[in-house]
Every structure is written in C-alpha cells, then in structure tokens.
Design a protein around this ligand. Structure first.
Ligand SMILES: O=c1nc[nH]c2c1ncn2[C@H]1C[C@H](O)[C@@H](COP(=O)(O)OP(=O)(O)OP(=O)(O)O)O1
Ligand SMILES: [Mg+2]
Length: 203
C-alpha cells in the first residue's frame, strides 16, 4: 500500500484520514509518528494560509510530499468566530471541552433560528520543488444548547449537522465521512492524487 503523510498532531483528524484514505489504497502516517517534529506556528490569516504553511514546512523538513489540514468552526452569531482560532479558543492548552463550553456560554441568549454555523477544512498538498495544491470543504450546521453524542472530536458534540439531522458526535465515523467538511475537501483532491503522488513517495 502507498503511504501518505498528513502533517497533523490531532488524533481525531489522524483517525478520520486513516479511515478515508484506506479505500483509496493509502496508508496514513501523521506527525504523531514523528514526535520529534515541533508544532508549526499557525501565523496565517486564513485556513488556506495555515494549511499551506503546515504542509510546506513539513514537506521541506521530510523532503517528501505532505498533506496538511487546517480546519475550524465559524459561527454566524459570533461573526465567524472561533474560525482559525478554533483550536485555542479557550486558551493555549487546546481543550475541546473548554472550547465548547466557551461557545455554549457565548450563545446562551442567541435564539434557535440564529445559531447557524459551518465547519471549514482547507487541505494543502505540498511537495519539495512543486507548486502547492489547495482544496477546501464545508459542512453546514447549527450550534446546539448542550453536548450530544460521543463520536468524533473537537466541537462535534455541539454541532448539529443539518444534512444528517443529528449532532456530529452522534454520527458513526462512516456517517461523518459522508458529509464532513474534511471529507468534502478530500473528495476534491481524489482525482488529483495520482498525479500529485507521482514521484512523491518515500525516498
Ligand atoms: O471535524 C471536526 N469536528 C469537530 N471539530 C473540528 C473538526 N475539524 C476541526 N475541528 C476543530 C478542532 C480544533 O479546535 C480546530 C482545528 O484546529 P487546527 O489548527 O486545524 O488543528 P489542530 O491544532 O488540532 O491540529 P494540527 O494543526 O496539528 O492539524 O477545529
Ligand atoms: Mg493547529
């Protein structure tokens, strides 16, 4: 099986990519397999910029093709926040629980019909000496009033996925992969993968 490296330290993303790449014939490795590699600072002002930053930095470091994911939650009633700051919304220590609690608190007085939100995912494919390729995907939803379900990661328990009529964390991994922002972005990448991977494998 061919190997693809995803430049992420997020366990939840790692699991989803492993599952989504399997039917495509790829074995996934992530930065969890390279503990010596330090976090890339996310200094960009958009998801795309941060995905490119992570992919290009790690591709250069490993001298091979790398895919990076920068993603997050944009809430209409909060003018798009937490957005690119989703991972650290409640503080530097990156706690999913604290992040969700902060959102729920900020939306306490927001009525049901004003709780629209979407997940966004930018995927960047970088190879040394090649132009970086970028795609993105979204998933529409509403912010719930309490946490529901135990699948997934991040903000999944407070995100009601409109397409499925359930909280994201109530969806099995298979169901989430039918509608998620990450899966929607990956689908746009699929047809490009063979050419992006040509000559980009392990050296
Ligand atoms: O499907 C998802 N379901 C729920 N929450 C999600 C999802 N996708 C992204 N998210 C949230 C998690 C985190 O709060 C932020 C990503 O931040 P982001 O910087 O891209 O990832 P990260 O720092 O966790 O790992 P890394 O940069 O190593 O890939 O958005
Ligand atoms: Mg990050």
């Amino acid at each position: 099986m061919s190997e693809v490296i995803i430049a992420t330290k997020n366990q939840g993303k790692a699991k989803e990519f492993t599952r989504m790449f399997q039917p495509l014939g790829f074995e996934v490795k992530t930065l969890l397999d390279f503990p010596e590699i330090k976090d890339v600072e996310e200094t960009g002002t958009t998801f795309e910029e941060n995905a490119i930053l992570k992919a290009e930095t790690i591709a250069r470091l490993l001298d091979r093709m790398v895919i990076a994911d920068d993603s997050g939650l944009a809430i209409d009633a909060l003018e798009g926040r937490p957005g690119i700051y989703s991972a650290r919304y409640a503080g530097e220590e990156k706690s999913d629980e604290a992040n969700m609690n902060k959102v729920l608190e900020e939306l306490t007085d927001v009525p049901d019909n004003e709780r629209k939100a979407r997940f966004f995912c930018a995927l960047a494919v970088a190879s040394p000496g090649k132009e970086t390729f970028i795609v993105s995907g979204t998933c529409e939803g509403l912010i719930l009033r309490e946490k529901r379900g135990s699948y997934g990661f991040g903000y999944d328990p407070i995100f009601f996925a409109i397409e499925k009529g359930k909280a994201m964390a109530e969806l099995t991994p298979e169901e989430k992969a039918q509608i998620s922002h990450r899966a929607n972005a990956l689908r746009k990448l699929e047809s490009e993968l063979p050419s992006l991977l040509a000559g980009a494998g392990k050296k």
